[in-house]
Write a protein that binds this ligand. Sequence first.
Ligand SMILES: Nc1ncnc2c1ncn2[C@@H]1O[C@H](COP(=O)(O)OP(=O)(O)OP(=O)(O)O)[C@@H](O)[C@H]1O
Ligand SMILES: CC(C)(CO)[C@@H](O)C(=O)[O-]
Ligand code: BAL
Length: 285
Amino acid sequence: MQTVHTIAELRHALRHAERPAFVPTMGNLHAGHLALVAQARPLGDATVASIFVNRLQFLPHEDFDSYPRTFTADQAKLAAAGCDVLFAPREADLYPEPQTFKVQPDPALADLLEGEFRPGFFTGVATVVMKLFMAVFAGKPQGVAVFGKKDYQQLMVIRGLVRQLALPIDIAGHDTERAADGLALSSRNGYLSEAERAEALQLPLALRVLARDALAAAHALPERLPALEAAAMQQLAARGWQPDYLTVRRRADLLPPQRGDGQGALVALGAARLGGTRLIDNLEI
Ligand SMILES: Nc1ncnc2c1ncn2[C@@H]1O[C@H](COP(=O)(O)OP(=O)(O)OP(=O)(O)O)[C@@H](O)[C@H]1O
Ligand SMILES: CC(C)(CO)[C@@H](O)C(=O)[O-]
Ligand code: BAL
């Protein structure tokens, strides 16, 4: 595996590739990231992963400074996973000047859920992903990029970006990889104490209960859902969590379900803080 830091080095490393397969990450790699790499490998003729903790998508009070940076271990994991090129730009390589031009996703999608609790988050994500896409794919006839469904709304924002800007990039989604007990793998799980790690399982469990209750109320879901969501949030709050949202939405646009929306069209999504750690998860119903 070749490790490169600048866009010029990346372009050189990919000069013979016609269909790069790309996995963007913020590093601190776990089995979820490596599953994306395994999915990407047969989809292209050169597999590229990036590691970049993108300041633009963090609010001032969030964990940009403390975000785990484990570059040497990440590099070894990617090499063992069969990645061909690791793109690890320094901040000055990707943002040589203040990024005043930004990619603004549709607020109808980007201001909901994660975007409500992390204002500007999806502008930061879309902007850096666009820059990473240009770095990897410029001049290539076609490419493919793989994103995890754990960041469900992010995957939808990226699909909208590629569709509306007609980028020659296929977007593949990967199911959420989970620990044996069902907790979604996440770099931020590393912030949890032993007791918090055991408690963290309550987030996917709450989503499962909410999904089950929503199915049971399918005949009158728009009327009954607000009470079910409030109960799910109260139950987590009673255990010491600070939930941002636990909700059932339409997969197509993440808006609340309307009468007649089919069961296969729904997804339960949640975000909640346990101690100082904010966790997200979701479950397609
Ligand atoms: N458990 C998982 N299963 C599948 N894909 C995942 C999983 N966790 C993260 N990913 C995907 O890996 C890519 C990089 O994500 P990122 O580096 O932010 O990892 P993360 O573990 O989600 O970190 P964080 O805890 O900060 O959200 C994203 O496409 C994300 O959806
Ligand atoms: C897509 C991404 C690498 C952009 O910084 C990040 O949001 C992530 O790791 O999901
Ligand atoms: N996993 C999405 C990136 C973030 O939380 O900042």
